[in-house]
Design a protein around this ligand. Sequence first.
Ligand code: NAP
Length: 244
Amino acid sequence: MSDRVALVTGASRGIGRAVATALMKSGYRVAVGYKTNEELACEIITEHHTGIPIQIDVSSLQSVDTAIHAIESQLGPIDTLVNNAGISQVKPFLEISDSEWEHMLSVNLLGAVRCARRVIPGMVDRSFGRIVNISSIGGQWGGLYQVHYAAAKAGLINFTKSLAKIYSGNGICCNCVAPGLIQTDMIAVELNEKKSNEITKDIPVGRLGTPEEVASTVVYLCSEQSSYISGQTINVNGGTYLLG
Ligand code: NAP
C-alpha cells in the first residue's frame, strides 16, 4: 500500500476513472481530474472515502497551474502524475483544420507537457516521481482517419523518452502506456457503426480491452516495484501490435 499523492487527469470517465479507482484501492490519495463531469468525479471519491475532485483543463496553462496549486495545498506534493486526459476526432486528413490540429495537440500532447513541467521540480527535490503518459496504439502505427490524434500520441511517446533520459537519475521514472481498443465513451461511435466481429477480428485476444486492464498496468508503473523501468512504452492491446 502507498500513501503517495497522485494526480490523474481526465479521471471522470473511462480509463482515467479506472486508474483513479485502482490507485485509491492501492492507498494513494488521488486528485480526480475532470474537465466538465464534476458529478462523476465526486462519485468515485464518495465511493472510496478518499481523494479530492479537481477541475483541470489540460489545454489551459492557467487551469493546470490553479489545479496543481489546489492539490498541493489540500493533499501535499504530487509524487505520481498520470497524464490520461485525451480527446479524439474522426475526420479525413485533408478536412482537419489548423485549429483542430492545434486543439488536438494542445490537449493530447501539450496537456501532458504542462502538467509534467509543473510537478517535476518538486519530484526532483524529493528524488522520487512517477509519470505515466497514456498514449495509444495509434501513436505507434499511425491513424487513417485520426492523423492529428496519432501524431499527438506519437509525440507523447517521444516526450516520455526525453523525460526519462533527463530525469531517471533523479528517481523519476517516466513511461507510456499504449492501449489498443478499450471499451469507453471514446470509441462508442466506432462501436455503433461497425459490427463487433469486424472490430475484434484483428485483435489476437479476440475482444476489446477494459479500462481496468489498462489501469492495472498504470498502477504497476506508478509503484515502487517499477523502479528500473523508465522511458518505455507498455502495450495494453490484446496482442494487436507487437512492437514498443
Ligand atoms: P473518454 O472515456 O472519452 O474520457 C475522456 C476523459 O478526458 C474524460 O474524463 C474527460 O473529462 C477528459 N478530458 C477531455 N478533454 C479534457 C481536457 N481538455 N482537459 C482535461 N480533461 C479532459 O476517454 P478514454 O477512452 O477513457 O481515454 C483516456 C485516454 O486513453 C485518452 O488519452 C485516450 O486518447 C487514450 N486511449 C484510449 C483508447 C480507447 O480505445 N478508449 C485507446 C488508446 C488510447 P470530462 O468527462 O470531465 O469532460
